[in-house]
Write a protein that binds this ligand. Structure first.
Ligand SMILES: [Zn+2]
Length: 302
């Protein structure tokens, strides 16, 4: 089966008119249930991430500010969320969700969170709708327990995984690869182990060739675990992304990426990443492609 991790607290109360489409997490859960990708036997409920796990990545002073809801106005502006109790709860739960999904991926080869991919969060600061860097926390958690030796963080969100790059700079056991639009946020990029910058308006064929090529090059290295940040803000109708990838292009991308690692028997933990499509309904569908593709691989092998 394909384990999928979800918690109702992924939906924080930030107001329905907020720029960030927070209700997509609840709608994604409903869609996956409706389409029987989530059933009772493969649904896993996370615990809030522990302080011990958070401290492997984040500075104590920063965690304290989140706990006390005491970010400055400027810090709150950079984060993009109002620092209210439900945002704090959501951040703890979504990070706990990726920690749990990573454990499940080791056991089942594929597992997904229905949130996560908060790649703009740095050790001491939140940025761009990211409070805690869930993937970094989960990676450190696996390493601390010696469950894996070398991790790939493969980030195909349209924005650079800048927080992740900075957190794992010079870390011998974690390799970060980010394929993102050069023009998009953040203006000041960090250095991943590998950054592939895409020109704006790039379309399916060229994009998929670049992804395929990167997978081939990465296969020359040895990894025993992959976090896949499956951002759908590469879509042509995304409000923030600068690329022109179609829905079919995203379907092909997920098939290419996930079957690549699945066939090599490397466990993959899939997380959502960003998505800000003009159509809310289509956005929810786009995010579900990750889970649908994993479901298909597990049940049909292709
Ligand atoms: Zn993004």
């Amino acid at each position: 089966m394909l384990p999928i991790v979800n918690h109702p607290d992924y939906v924080a109360q930030i107001g329905d008119d907020h720029r960030f489409p927070i209700n997509k997490f609840g709608a994604l859960f409903q869609l996956l249930q409706q389409d029987k990708i989530i059933r009772t036997d493969n649904l896993f409920i996370p615990e809030p991430v522990s302080h011990a796990d958070l401290l492997k990545v984040h500075k104590a002073e920063y965690i304290e500010k989140i706990d006390n809801l005491s970010l400055s106005k400027e810090e709150e502006r950079k984060l993009g969320f109002p620092m209210v109790p439900s945002v704090k709860r959501r951040s703890y739960m979504a990070t706990g969700g990726t920690v749990l999904a990573a454990r499940l991926a080791l056991q089942y080869q594929l597992a997904c969170n229905t949130a996560g991919g908060s790649h703009h969060a740095f050790a001491g600061a939140g940025n761009g709708y990211c409070v805690f860097n869930d993937v970094a926390v989960a990676a450190h958690s696996l390493l601390a327990q010696k469950l894996v030796r070398r991790i790939l963080i493969y980030d195909l969100d349209v924005h650079q995984g800048d927080g992740t790059a900075e957190i794992f700079k010079n870390h011998p056991q974690v390799y970060t690869c980010s394929i993102h639009a050069k023009k998009n946020y953040p203006a000041k990029k960090q250095q991943s182990n590998q950054d592939i910058e895409l020109e704006e308006h790039l379309q399916d064929e060229a994009y998929l060739a670049i992804v395929e090529d990167s997978l081939q090059k990465l296969s020359k290295q040895s990894f025993d675990f992959v976090f896949y940040v499956a951002g759908v803000d590469v879509h042509e109708d995304d409000k923030l992304g600068a690329l022109r990838i179609t829905t079919n292009g995203i379907i092909k991308r997920e098939q290419m990426v996930l079957s690549h690692f699945y066939q090599r028997k490397i466990p993959v933990c899939g997380v959502l990443g960003g998505g800000y499509n003009k159509s809310f309904e289509h956005l929810v569908y786009l995010h579900s492609i990750l889970h649908r593709t994993c479901h298909h691989l597990i049940h049909h092998g292709t």
